[in-house]
Ligand binder design. Structure first.
Ligand SMILES: CC(=O)N[C@H]1[C@@H](OP(=O)(O)OP(=O)(O)OC[C@H]2O[C@@H](n3ccc(=O)[nH]c3=O)[C@H](O)[C@@H]2O)O[C@H](CO)[C@@H](O)[C@@H]1O
Ligand SMILES: C=C(OP(=O)(O)O)C(=O)O
Length: 509
């Protein structure tokens, strides 16, 4: 009982701290205590006096004991709603987390513009803050400044935060240039089935990094001066593995060639960032990257990551599910082209403005206006491919779109062992979704959606798909425990409300 109480107070404090945009280290400083003490308090592992609660409340400008949102966050959705107007796509989770890890490459200051305020970013910031990086939100909390310490305190790493995200794996590439021995915990994240780390370890070994995986952690040993003797051929065209190889190559004194590289959006953002650091890269946007590394990097860097194609797809699916006319602004169209071509074949009525550049000057954006359309199921199955195919993370959105279309759609998510299974939750809202095997679902539309109360599946995209179906369902639906959605979307409920949705956020007391 006592432990539970401490845990809930800890969560309240963590939420209030994040709301203020402070790291654990910054709160520690304000309280004249250490980051690790704040970490213990937030994890409910420290007895905490009333006086301390009052001081924390003062430091966070929040009455901790009266905040009233100790428990997990839930959503109450009143449907069916029509969406209307226009909404901007925010920067991508996947580029932002890679860039946060990449900030460890320079001893200078990193400024990232318009960073998505999402749980996944907060987790990496918790980890960076815990090892001594000074984290400051600027310009009304839109931009982020990261200043590394002279020496990273890797022993103080916030292991609990690190375990909640898979992206912490991308510490391997930068940290191997800063220290010869280090440990990071096994990567976590969504429950999508087994996700391999072997391609990461194989690629990094060629730069002299050996990793032993024991007792829930990766124990890394870097041998300086080791050079790849031939092109690094990735065994999978994965996004984070390509990024890890790039991070290792960026500070490798020499030229590295990475083959079977992912040309996907987050990899491109990372390449543009590395170029700002002075690292020359040939082949950006292709499957062969040639990286001219720099042994030392000490410059300051200022970079604006691009908009999220998966958020753009989510908003597009919201318009289709609710049969609405909606303008989605700032869509990184290069990374949504196959999706749009497929939807066009299905009968989607939409148009797009001429392209314009994102703030990074490189990514091409457009504004899409989607109109209510009579969709028919595609003749061929919907399946993902590494870029340029249908984005792996966009596959679940085709389930809610297929449920609105006339006919039967086969969706084959060959990538993740568990993800397609969660799509069957849509049946609880009235959809006809049959699981053929763990990778394939058959969706029969159109659907007469009905309201229901559901627990969020532990996977980001299927969780959002369920939320979108709730927007289309007549009556009041409840979606419980939406941390997983907040992991990848900034203020999704509030932003959907700004275009006509009716979603309330509530928490258990
Ligand atoms: C932080 C981040 O950027 N996360 C993205 C990244 O994760 P990440 O790069 O970590 O993805 P994984 O390495 O887990 O790859 C996803 C799955 O695809 C399989 N696979 C991948 C490539 C390939 O050529 N063959 C193959 O079989 C892997 O074995 C795994 O089962 O890429 C995934 C796939 O696009 C996305 O869902 C994640 O949102
Ligand atoms: C699977 C996803 O991401 P992650 O790699 O962060 O788990 C996702 O974004 O849908």
């Amino acid at each position: 009982m006592t432990d539970d109480y401490l845990l809930r107070i800890g969560k309240l404090i963590r939420d209030a701290r994040q709301h203020r945009g402070l790291t654990q280290a910054q709160l520690g400083e304000a309280l004249a205590t250490s980051q690790s003490a704040v970490n213990r308090i937030e994890q409910g592992k420290q007895n905490i006096s009333l006086e301390m609660i009052a001081r924390i409340g003062e430091a966070l400008d929040s009455e901790i004991v009266s905040l009233g949102y100790a428990g997990p966050m839930h959503l109450r959705v009143t449907g069916a709603t029509k969406l209307s107007g226009a909404i901007d796509v925010r920067t991508s989770k996947n580029a932002c987390v890679a860039l946060l890890c990449a900030s460890l490459l320079t001893t200078g200051r990193t400024t990232l513009r318009q960073v998505a305020r999402i749980e996944e970013v907060y987790r990496i910031l918790d980890v960076l803050g815990s090892i001594g990086v000074k984290v400051r939100w600027l310009n009304d909390g839109r931009d982020l400044e990261l200043t590394p310490p002279a020496t990273l305190d890797l022993a103080a790493m916030d292991v609990a935060a690190a375990r909640r995200t898979r992206s912490v794996l991308m510490f391997l590439g930068p940290l191997m240039h800063r220290t010869e021995h280090f440990t990071i915990p096994y990567a976590g994240g969504c429950e999508l089935g087994t996700r391999t780390v072997l391609p990461h370890l194989t690629a990094l070994r060629q730069f002299g990094l050996e990793v032993a995986t024991t007792s829930g952690s990766y124990h890394a040993t870097a041998t300086p001066g080791v050079s790849p003797t031939r092109p690094i051929v990735l065994t999978e065209r994965g996004d984070t593995v390509t990024e890890n190889a790039l991070l290792a190559a960026a500070r490798h004194d020499g030229v590295s060639v990475i083959r079977n590289a992912s040309p996907n959006y987050m990899v491109q953002d990372l390449c543009f960032f590395l170029e700002q650091l002075g690292v020359r890269i040939e082949g950006i946007g292709t499957t062969t990257l040639t990286v001219h590394g720099l042994p030392e990097i000490s410059c300051d860097v200022d970079y604006a990551p691009a908009e999220d194609p998966v958020e753009a797809m989510s908003l597009l699916a919201a318009a289709v599910a609710t049969s609405s006319e909606l303008t989605i602004r700032r869509v990184p169209v290069e990374f949504l082209e196959i999706e749009l071509a497929t939807l066009e074949q299905m009968g989607l009525d939409y148009d797009r403005t001429p392209e314009y550049p994102a703030a990074n000057g490189r990514t091409r954006l457009t504004d899409l206006t989607v109109r209510p359309s009579k969709l028919t199921a595609p003749t061929d199955k919907i399946h993902p491919m590494p870029f340029p195919g249908i984005n792996i993370d966009n596959i679940p959105f085709f389930a809610v779109i297929a449920a609105a279309a006339h006919g039967t759609t086969l969706i084959h998510d060959w990538v993740y062992d568990n993800r397609a299974i969660y799509l069957t939750e849509l049946t609880r809202l009235g959809a006809d979704v049959k699981l053929l095997d763990p990778h394939r679902v058959l969706v029969q539309g159109p659907t007469r959606w009905r309201a229901s109360e559901l627990m969020c599946p532990p996977a980001l995209r299927p969780a959002v798909v369920i939320l979108l179906a709730m927007l289309a369902a007549e009556g009041v639906s409840v979606l419980r425990n939406v941390y997983v959605i907040n992991r990848g979307y900034e203020d999704l409920a509030e932003r959907l409300n700004s275009i006509g949705a009716r979603i309330e956020t509530f928490r258990d007391i």
